[in-house]
Design a protein around this ligand. Structure first.
Ligand code: HEM
Ligand code: HEM
Length: 187
């Protein structure tokens, strides 16, 4: 290569600061939303504290929707870090598919929640500060569809997340490789 070539960015082995912030902030939001959603599902509709729990659940869920849009744009611009030791092709493919599924579900869950709540004329609060615009007219059938999609999506995100966390545990405990470090502050 000639000495006048444009210098390339140094190799990067960690997700950058913004990507780590998006990942861990959204992980906390989504775990909390799942916990509150499951709790609410066991409580009597229309009563307290189910209504209050769902208001926080919806506020967290809509926050996740805004964050995942920003996160995806950033991810497409910033790319992903290199591996010091590339994983076997099949492991890499499995990780990519799981990450893709998680990105998809991070959109699917809030959108079906919104579909359900907006079409059913239920509240759409954001931590008591404002209400999200209701872009859909009242439609009971659409609300029921949204509810059912949200319910099955909840099982799907629960299953993929279980695999995601078990996979990380396997990398840390069995393979003892760099995978978890990629999402932790770099040295
Ligand atoms: C990352 C986003 C979200 C996740 C992971 C999530 C997850 C869940 C889970 C696990 C449940 C319990 C299972 C069920 O009954 O369906 C649930 C229930 C519920 N979610 Fe979400 N949710 C999210 C966003 C939203 C949003 C944005 C809304 C509304 C604006 C919403 C509205 C609801 C409602 C009303 C229920 C109660 C359903 C019922 O008991 O019939 N969710 N959610
Ligand atoms: C204790 C919980 C969690 C741990 C230990 C964890 C750990 C990790 C690690 C180590 C990576 C990097 C994998 C690699 O480089 O191949 C990663 C990536 C990822 N995680 Fe998690 N994670 C957790 C929770 C979550 C949650 C709740 C979500 C969202 C629902 C999530 C979504 C993702 C996504 C989408 C990626 C790919 C990032 C990208 O390439 O942009 N994770 N996670």
């Amino acid at each position: 290569m000639s000495s006048t070539a444009t210098p390339t960015a140094p190799d990067r082995y960690h997700y950058d600061r913004q990507q780590r912030l998006f990942h861990w902030l959204m992980a906390a939001i989504i775990f909390t939303a799942i916990g509150l959603g499951v709790w609410a599902a066991f409580l009597e509709p229309g009563t307290s504290p189910r209504r209050e729990i769902l208001d926080i659940h919806k506020s967290l869920g809509m926050t996740a929707l805004v964050l995942v849009v920003l996160r995806l744009v950033y991810r497409l611009l910033a790319g992903e870090p290199l591996y010091r030791n590339a994983p076997p092709a099949l492991t890499h493919l499995a990780a990519r598919l799981a990450h893709l599924a998680l990105y998809g579900l991070m959109f699917f869950m809030p959108l079906t929640g919104y579909l359900f709540s907006a079409s059913g004329n239920y509240s759409l609060p954001w931590f008591g500060l404002f209400s999200w615009p209701r872009l859909l007219p009242l439609d009971k059938a659409r609300a029921l569809l949204g509810e059912s999609l949200h319910y099955w999506g909840a099982w799907a995100i629960g299953a993929v997340l279980t695999l995601h966390v078990l996979a990380v545990a396997w990398h840390v405990l069995v393979r003892k490789d760099e995978v978890l470090e990629r999402m932790l502050p770099g040295k």
